[in-house]
Design a protein around this ligand. Structure first.
Ligand SMILES: [Zn+2]
Length: 276
């Protein structure tokens, strides 16, 4: 696939665009079937005087990675510099995040390199500018609409990376996706019933009853947010030196019970007792 429509789609969304030379023919390989958009920071400090310090590198690549390194670079003022309409070397391997599967990230995603230092490029700490954020949200919404994909197909590199990438720094990616969804006119997802808490242990089974005997009805592969409707007494469970006989009844991400020993917070959570 070639996304030669990108210039028109961005301009149609009110995003300022600069075409950087032969963007239609720059390519880093053939396999390109994007279903999402990936946000990055360049780690280069940008300023009004030097609004796109990483532009040349994103076009030409580095000694260890041939360019182009992104489809577009977003400068200090939120201007989109179009670098390539084809596959680019920006994402590496995707470990899978949200609806983006594990696989070749450069095939699966279109990349915005947002030109700011983040946390420590060259010792400089710099947040994304409001102009960069607003333009990135508008551009992402327009591109996902064009691809026929929902807002949760917008991800941050630190979510898909299998090599410990931390970009984009200082961005709440859930809030970013909510802003993309709003720009796309999507209804916000309903909030599950109950109170949100975080688990702190990876690999927790969700059980049909407040004990470890039943066949699991769900599995929490990583630490995550769970919605607790109520808690009740059940089998005593020990984890990492903590012992608890209280179990939380979850409404999300699976309906069922997990022992409170897996949940951050006090042993007895500030929620209602389950009706008997
Ligand atoms: Zn990145």
């Amino acid at each position: 696939m070639q996304i030669s429509w990108l210039e028109d789609v961005l301009r149609g969304a009110g995003v300022s665009v600069v075409v950087e030379g032969d963007w239609l023919n720059r390519s880093a390989g053939a396999s390109f079937e994007p279903i999402g958009v990936l946000w990055h920071h360049t780690a280069a400090p940008s300023s009004a005087e030097r609004p796109h310090p990483a532009l040349d590198i994103c076009i030409n690549g580095r000694s260890d990675l041939p360019g182009p390194l992104c489809q577009a670079l977003v400068d200090h003022f939120g201007v989109f510099h179009l670098i390539s309409a084809n596959r680019c070397n920006h994402a590496g391997t995707s470990g899978g995040s949200g609806p983006i599967p594990a696989g070749d990230g450069n095939t699966l995603m279109i990349g915005w390199e947002i030109d700011y230092a983040g946390d420590g490029g060259g010792g400089v700490v710099q947040e994304m500018t409001p102009a960069q954020y607003d333009a990135s949200v508008a551009a992402t919404a327009a591109v996902l609409q064009r691809l026929g994909r929902s807002a949760d197909h917008a991800r941050g590199h630190r979510e898909t990376s299998t090599s410990g990438k931390i970009d984009p720094s200082f961005i709440d990616l859930d809030a970013m996706r909510a802003d993309v969804a709003a720009a796309m006119g999507e209804e916000p997802p309903p909030t599950p019933p109950g109170t949100p808490f975080r688990t702190w242990v990876a690999g927790v089974n969700v059980r049909p009853t407040p004990d470890t005997t039943g066949t699991p009805v769900g599995y929490l592969p990583t630490t995550t947010t769970v919605y607790v409707e109520c808690q009740t007494e059940g089998e005593t469970v020990t984890e990492s030196g903590y012992t608890n006989n209280l179990w939380s009844k979850l409404s999300s991400p699976h309906v069922g019970y997990i022992n409170n020993v897996f949940i951050q917070g006090p042993a007895s959570l500030p929620v209602d007792a389950c009706p008997i």
